[in-house]
Design a protein around this ligand. Structure first.
Ligand SMILES: Cc1cc2nc3c(=O)[nH]c(=O)nc-3n(C[C@H](O)[C@H](O)[C@H](O)COP(=O)(O)OP(=O)(O)OC[C@H]3O[C@@H](n4cnc5c(N)ncnc54)[C@H](O)[C@@H]3O)c2cc1C
Length: 579
C-alpha cells in the first residue's frame, strides 16, 4: 500500500515542526506529512534547557555572533551559512514569541538574556531552564493550525525510496500495528535529530540513534564532518543527564577533588569578580571537556563507580537564584543524584551531547540527492564547524528548518511521480523486515550485548581524545560487530508494539553512524575543536581546513573526500579565550 503527499518530513522535533509550518505558510495547497517515531512532544528538543542564542540589542552585533560561532567552531564553519544564521536567528526567536513562547523577562519587561559558553556577549534567550519544552510546545501548537499538515505519530521510517538519484518518499512501520507502508512524496526533509546513543554516556534521549544519518548514507548522500562529536563537560555520572550550561552561566564553578577551580590552569582565564564572559567555566565545551581529561591524568578527580568526576558548585548562588533561574537543574539533581545544589556539590563528567557533523546540505537544506533535504541536528550546513557553541542549536533548527520548508515549497510541482521502481523497492523493504528481522531463526547474538560493545568501542576509540591506533582498533571491532549483528535474534515475532524490532533497526543505524565517525576520525590527521588526535596535536590548516565527506559505496565500504571551508570575512586565526 502507499499514500502520497507533496512533502514528507521525517521527525516531529523542533526542526521538523518548523519546516512543516514553513511549507504550510508558503503553500497552503501542498499536502504535508510529519512522520515521527515518537509523539512529537517527546522529541529530544523538549529536553533543551539553557536557551537559544540570537543578537537582541546593542552593544551586541551580528558580526560578534558570527565571529564567536566561527572561532568556537575552530574555523571549520562555512561562513556564508553562519552569516545567514546570525541574521535570521533574531527574527525566528521573535516569531516564536508571537506564537506564544514564554521567554523569561527582565524586571522592566524586556526579554532576558544570559551568558553562554564561548559567547563573548550576553545573547542567549531562555524560558527558565526549560527552553526546549516551551519552544517545542509553541511549535507544536502552531502546527495544529494548519489543516494541510497530517501526522504519523509513532511511525518508524526504515528506508528512503530512491530511483535514479532522486528520493521519492520513505517506507515506514506503524509501531502500534506493525503495518508497513510506503509514503511517497516529491520532497523528503530529514529532521531526525542527533546520534548520541552511539556512545555509552550521553545527554541524548534513547531515541537519538542517528536514523536519518544512516538513511541518507545508505541512499548515497554524503555525510559531512562526522568526526566532530561534542562532549558536554557537565553530565551526571551514571545517567548522563545534562546539567545545563545555564548553571555555569548563572555563576557556577567547576572544582576538582581539592576544591580548586582547575580551569584557570588551562588557558581559559583566571577567576575574577563580576560577570566574566570570556573565561573559565564559560569557555567552549571542547576545551572544558579536554581539561577534564587532563585533570584525570593529574590524579585530581574523584573516583566513583561510574568513573572519575569533578564537581559543579552552585552553593554560593543561593536558594533564591537557583529556584528562579535553575529550577530544573535543582529538580534533576535531587531526583537523579540525590543531592541538593543549594547545599551540596554536584558530581559531573563530560558526556556525549551533540553531533556537529550530519547530512551534507547547502544553505536551504538540499542534499546531494535530488528531492532529499535535511535540517536540524541531523544536517551539516555547516554552522557548527569543529565545535558547536551552546545555545546555537535551537536557533539553528528554526532558521534552517524554515529555510528547508520554504525551499521545498518553492520547488513543489516540478516532478510528478513517484517512479514505478519505487513500488518494487517498498515491497523489497517489506520482505527484508519480515524475513531478515521478524522471522529470522537461530540467531544467538543478543542485540543488547552488541549495542553495549559498540558504545564502549566508540568511547575507547573516538572519545574526547583519539589516535591512529585507537581508531584502527575501533574500525576492526566495528567490522566484527557488524558481522555478529547479522546473526542477532529478535525474539519477539509479533507485530503489535514490537519494540525489539525497533531496537534492532536502531542498532543497525547506530552501526552505520559509528562506521562513518570512526573512518573520518582516522583520516583527519590534525587536532581541531572536538577532534583531538594525540598523535597529531596541532591544527593543520594546510591540509585540513576542509570538510570531510563520507559516501557509502557498498556494504561496509565508503570513500572520503574533502570540500574546502567557505571563508567570507574571518580568515583563520588562533582561538583565544580568557584574556
Ligand atoms: C539534554 C539536552 C539539552 C540541550 N540543550 C540545548 C540548549 O539549551 N540550547 C540549544 O541550542 N541546544 C540544546 N541542545 C541541542 C538541541 O536541543 C538539539 O540539537 C535539537 O533540539 C535537535 O532538534 P531536531 O529537531 O534536529 O531533532 P529532535 O528534537 O531530536 O527530533 C528528532 C525527531 O526525529 C524523529 N525520528 C528520528 N528517527 C526517526 C525514524 N527512524 N522514523 C521516524 N521518526 C524518526 C523523532 O521521533 C523526533 O521527532 C540540547 C540537547 C540535549 C540532548
Amino acid at each position: 500500500m502507499s499514500t502520497r503527499y507533496d512533502v514528507v518530513i521525517v521527525g516531529g522535533g523542533g526542526a521538523g515542526l518548523r519546516a512543516a509550518i514553513a511549507v504550510a505558510e508558503a503553500r497552503p495547497d501542498l499536502s504535508i506529512a510529519i512522520i515521527s517515531k515518537v509523539y512529537p512532544m517527546r522529541s529530544h528538543t523538549v529536553s533543551a534547557e539553557g536557551g537559544a542564542a540570537a543578537v537582541i540589542r546593542p552593544p551586541d552585533t551580528l558580526d560578534d555572533h558570527a565571529h564567536d560561532t566561527i572561532s568556537g567552531g575552530d574555523w571549520l564553519c562555512d561562513q556564508d551559512a553562519v552569516e545567514a544564521f546570525v541574521a535570521e536567528a533574531p527574527g525566528e526567536l521573535l516569531r516564536l514569541e508571537h506564537w506564544g513562547c514564554p521567554w523569561s523577562r527582565e524586571p522592566d519587561g524586556r526579554i532576558a538574556v544570559r551568558p553562554f559558553g564561548g559567547m563573548r556577549r550576553v545573547r542567549t534567550w531562555f524560558a527558565a531552564d526549560k527552553t526546549g519544552f516551551h519552544l517545542l510546545h509553541t511549535l507544536f501548537q502552531t502546527s495544529l493550525r494548519y489543516p494541510s499538515i497530517v501526522r504519523y505519530d509513532e511511525w518508524f521510517v526504515t528506508r528512503l525510496l530512491v530511483d535514479d538519484g532522486r528520493v521519492w518518499g520513505v517506507v515506514a512501520i506503524e509501531v502500534m500495528s506493525g503495518r508497513i507502508d510506503a509514503i511517497t512524496a516529491e520532497s523528503v526533509i530529514l529532521c531526525t535529530g542527533g546520534c548520541g546513543r552511539v556512545y555509552p554516556f550521553t545527554t541524548n534521549a534513547n531515541i537519538s540513534t542517528g536514523d536519518g544519518l544512516a538513511l541518507a548514507y545508505r541512499a548515497g548522500a554524503p555525510l559531512e564532518d562526522m568526526e566532530f562529536v561534542q562532549y558536554h563537560p557537565t553530565g551526571l555520572p551514571f545517567t548522563g543527564i545534562l546539567i545545563s550550561e545555564a548553571a555555569r552561566a548563572e555563576g557556577g564553578w567547576l572544582v576538582n577533588r581539592d576544591g580548586y577551580r582547575y580551569l584557570q590552569d588551562y588557558n581559559l582565564g583566571r577567576p575574577a569578580p563580576g560577570p566574566v564572559l570570556r573565561s573559565m567555566e564559560l569557555g567552549p565545551r571542547d576545551r572544558l571537556s579536554q581539561a577534564f581529561v587532563k585533570e584525570v591524568d593529574r590524579g585530581r578527580t574523584t573516583d566513583t563507580p561510574w568513573g572519575p568526576v569533578v564537581h559543579l558548585d552552585l552553593r554560593h548562588l543561593g536558594a533564591e537564584v537557583i529556584e528562579a533561574r535553575l529550577p530544573f537543574v535543582r529538580e534533576l539533581c535531587r531526583d537523579y543524584e540525590h543531592v541538593d545544589p543549594v547545599r551540596e556539590l554536584i558530581p559531573v563528567r563530560p558526556v556525549v551531547h551533540y553531533m556537529m557533523g550530519g547530512v551534507s546540505t547547502d544553505l536551504v537544506g538540499a542534499t546531494a540527492l535530488d528531492g532529499l533535504y535535511a535540517a536540524g541536528e541531523t544536517a551539516c550546513v555547516s554552522i557548527n564547524g569543529a565545535n558547536r557553541l551552546g545555545s546555537n542549536s535551537l536557533p539553528e533548527l528554526l532558521v534552517f528548518g524554515a529555510r528547508a520548508g520554504a525551499a521545498v515549497a518553492e520547488a513543489a510541482g516540478r516532478h510528478t511521480g513517484p517512479a514505478p521502481a519505487v513500488a518494487a523497492q517498498a515491497r523489497d523493504e517489506e520482505h527484508r523486515l519480515e524475513s531478515d528481522l521478524l522471522h529470522r531463526e537461530g540467531g544467538r547474538e543478543r542485540l543488547a550485548t552488541i549495542r553495549e560493545e559498540l558504545r564502549e568501542t566508540m568511547e575507547q576509540g573516538v572519545g574526547i581524545y583519539r589516535s591512529g591506533d585507537s581508531t584502527a582498533k575501533a574500525a576492526d571491532k566495528l567490522y566484527e560487530l557488524r558481522e555478529r549483528c547479522r546473526n542477532a535474534a529478535v525474539d519477539d515475532h509479533s507485530r503489535v508494539f514490537n519494540t525489539e524490532l525497533v531496537a534492532a533497526l536502531e542498532l543497525s543505524f547506530l552501526l552505520d553512524v559509528a562506521e562513518s565517525i570512526v573512518r573520518c576520525a582516522s583520516l583527519r590527521e590534525e587536532s581541531r575543536g572536538a577532534h583531538q588526535r594525540t598523535d597529531f596535536p596541532a591544527r593543520d590548516d594546510e591540509r585540513f581546513l576542509a570538510h570531510s565527506q563520507i559516501r557509502r559505496t557498498g556494504d561496509g565500504a565508503s570513500t572520503v573526500s574533502y570540500r574546502p571551508v567557505t571563508i567570507t570575512r574571518w580568515p583563520p586565526a588562533e582561538r583565544v579565550y580568557g584574556r
